[in-house]
Design a protein around this ligand. Structure first.
Ligand SMILES: [Zn+2]
Length: 216
């Protein structure tokens, strides 16, 4: 699984992708929708909570909350609730934001390295109970000792995860600058500058990502 940095970047990307150039909705509703996107993009990892409660943090992790079907159902539920609060934002946009944010999570986890069984995520549950993982990982494994709550937090800060923060920050820059370049295409200078920044982040991301994977 990636860190919350890459997941939050996916949620922010979902928010920006559906945002109008000049939104006519109240700023409070825009902030609520942005917060909802960030929350939903990380929601699947709340499957750590029951594990924390029973003293075995990783016990339920990468379970059914990492299925695309559960993400779709979650998007419909959150869309219903958010729709009442976001009356000035189009229904299509709210649903699109909920859907992209929730589905981005299992997809990013699919592209992450994983060293503990079962490898990957149950992407197609309940239609298929297999776990799937990409042969080309885009994110490093988050290293931690999940035996107890104490070891989980004591081992979460380490050089591997610090490297992961750098990699995921560059991944976020690559995606977000690319969206910004597309969104500002009516302003050629701004759009081109954003595109160049996206390419630059992408090149650094690639070089930082590949080297440690070869070492591991
Ligand atoms: Zn996850």
């Amino acid at each position: 699984m990636p860190l919350p940095i890459a997941h939050s970047a996916a949620g922010l990307a979902g928010y920006l992708a559906f945002k109008k150039a000049k939104p006519d909705s109240p700023p409070k509703q825009e902030i609520f929708l942005l917060g909802l996107c960030l929350f939903l993009a990380n929601l699947s990892d709340l499957d750590f909570v029951p594990g924390f409660l029973c003293g075995d943090p990783g016990r339920f992790h990468h379970g059914l909350s990492h299925s695309l079907a559960v993400g779709l159902i979650g998007a419909m539920i959150f869309y219903r609730f958010a729709g009442y609060r976001l009356k000035r934002i189009s229904k299509k946009r709210v649903f699109g934001c909920c859907l992209v944010s929730l589905l981005s999570h299992p997809v990013l986890d699919y592209f992450s390295a994983d060293t503990s069984k079962p490898f990957g995520v149950p992407l197609f549950w309940p239609f298929d109970t297999e776990y799937y993982i990409s042969p080309f990982p885009l994110f490093r494994i988050v290293q931690r000792n999940q035996e107890t709550i104490g070891t989980f937090f004591a081992t979460i800060l380490n050089p591997n995860n610090a490297w992961g923060i750098a990699v995921e920050t560059l991944f976020a820059g690559t995606v977000l600058f690319a969206i910004f370049a597309f969104k500002s295409r009516s302003k050629p200078v701004l759009s081109l500058s954003s595109l160049l920044l996206s390419i630059l982040c992408g090149l650094f991301y690639y070089s930082l990502q590949i080297k440690p994977n070869l070492i591991v």
